[in-house]
Design a protein. Sequence first.
Lengths: 337, 504
Amino acid sequence: MTSLSPTDLAIRYGFLLLMAGMIVVFSVLKPAFLSPQSAVFILQSVAITGILALGVTATLVVDGFDLSIGAVATSAMMLSAYVMVIWEMGALTAVVLCLLMGAAVGLINGLLIVKMRVPDLLATLGMMFLLVGLQRIPTAGNSISTGMVLADGRTATGTFAPEFLMLGRHRIDFILPDLVPLSVVVLVVIAVLTWVFLELTRHGRVMYAIGSNAQAAALAGINVAGYRVLAYVISGVMASLGGILLAARLGRGDVASGNNLLLDAVAAALIGFAVLGAAKPNAFGTAVGALFVGILLQGLTMLNAPYYTQDFIKGAVLVVALVFTFALSGRSGRARR
Amino acid sequence: MAAQSITVRGLSKAFGRNTVLRGVDLDLPAGQVTALMGANGAGKSTLVKILCGVHAADAGEVRLDGRPFSPSGPAAALRQGVVTVHQNINDGVVPDLDVASNLLLDNLAEGGGLFLNRRRMRAEAERIADAVGLKIDVTRPVAGLPLADRQLVAIARAMAHRPRLLILDEPTSSLSLAEAQRLFALIDRLRQEGVAILYISHRMSDIRRLADRIVSMRDGQVSGLFEGKPLDYSGAVRAMLGHEITEVDITIPPPGAPMFEARGLRLKPEAQPFDLVLRRNEVVALTGLVGSGKSALAEVLYGIAAPEAGDMRLDGAPYRPQRPAQAVAAGVFLAAKDRLINSVIPQFDIQQNLTLPFTARHSGPLGLIRRAAERAAAERTIAAMGVVCQGPRDGILTLSGGNQQKVVVGRWMAEASRLLILDEPFQGVDIQARRDIGRRIRESAFDRATLVLCAEIDEALEVADRILVMSEHTIVGAHRNESIDLARLMAEVAGAADRTKEPA
């Protein structure tokens, strides 16, 4: 290994140092921040944004972008509630239907982008607006919970299945009893699978090739359109999984929840560019980015910072991360040539 | 002797270590069309960019009507009467604006009043359009016009400046025959009005139709000036392509059985059909000017485009690929030209660039890549091609151009193929890399058919057993690479062989 200049070191470890510094500051200001319960709370809040962020990472890898993930997640939340509370079906049906919905939205996004040549940001932005409206049509804009009065005057008698709620609420004994939420386990599994897929399989390799030079990838005999669509399907499925976990945690289809999902997930994925100087979308960086956002928000919450201050700081951190990624690592990239 | 509109003396320009122009001397007389020919990298575009104020020269001087001319930028060049119409038509027009606004764009950009007087603009625009014979509603948006009209708008806009020198850079490359005729008629009128015209093209038919003089460029210098009727077209092509005695000795092996056969292949509706047979253990070079159809043939063979007509057979079986993946599966590989656009994955290291088309062959269940096998394959290719690097994990952009080229060419020689097509495999590489790549192409050729596309005849002579010549999208000559009649070959490249084509 050649010795690294200070700039290289800053690019490579800057964000990890920043995260460590943040933990130290929060711990000094609020000693309770270091407790296992606080850590669990952070992980639980990270689980949903982390899964969404891993999905959007797949689209970033092929040089795309998915703005519809937040809306897909809330749609999945409303759909699962509708299936169980109003149609009175089981947990498995709800989960399967939600995942299928996510896959279908991803497929439509992908086809809009690949076949109709709609720019990715616009296609997924349109899909976002469409879903935000669509998910509220069946209940005339109301949240879904057991005992609600339906449009035809009947009362909804279905309930969230206990095994569905476990996904969001159950905790596993780990060192301390009842410590690790099941949703965190789901996040870890998804993160490892995404990492393996992107870094170790030929499919991930090919997707990175498309993101770096799509023309060259096509001339190497790669099905560029197919992999682009696949990336949006992955993103849609992941977002619907996030929505399932959100529904399981809330226990109702809440129209007011999930507003921050898109911003937090995109921030996590973009912060991931800066982790270890990767300068590209990557699963490990995204997971660290999601953790970073989670720690930041938990710390600020414990310091009683209002939501708008949190939004401001989140945005500022995102801008700094983007500077790390594009300005600094880009410069060292040119110097190497 | 016509008045000298522009005189260029000792013009030199380097970008970093790369010297592009080495003392160019050039006269562009008023009222004449000077055709400028040169292969890629000969320095044509740099010369044009200096004349139109985009670049400043390192040394030498340009005089316009006897006065020194060194514009500070494109706008300054335009004000002094040097007008350039670029190859990319949309460089010359703003598609979203209407014709009138486009014609008056330079006036608009230069300021004046705050508000626009629509009626006066329209009258002024119609006057300008009329001056170039453009009959069209000036209130239409440019985006809705056919390509030729857009180009005429760009030229009309330029003409409003009463130019002394008009530079046309490959103006007919996207025009139909009829559209080109309109452009030629306009050029004839401008010539009569005493404008000096610099016409850059690879199309011999355009040059025959228009040129009063031909200047050939090669390696950043003027390599030939041809004046006086009749013009020596093949001399001009020879001066542009050059030819030194090569040090490479080709021993032509006995060719094997036919591997690829095409019958009645037609690449464009108006092109002549041709037959093509490529054999095992045979390296065939296809040469011809830029735009002669070499890359169009490669696209047909590789499944990027469909031919207008014709049958293709590969190893005896019908072959009609719909996309590159099918061609690769059938064993037809294409190492594309312009590596930074078509081949290099900039974020990848050498190893990942090498194995890109064949990741499936280096991966196990679930598509997991077998790293050791991949690395071993990469190291084999690096050794075989003589890539100079620290190791297979070096970033591709850390390599020199020649070594990058070895990687993207070696990518397609790592696996066995039936037909290997190499489009400009020696593009932008030094002489050593060129020899290395050529040697590797020949020594690995025994089990496949090999087709090398190259504009430079030297390269064809260094690598091929047989040389085919392409002109106007058809094959016009075939030569066994032994004591070749170079004069005839050059004449075929120039499209002058036994053809007496009158200006249309």
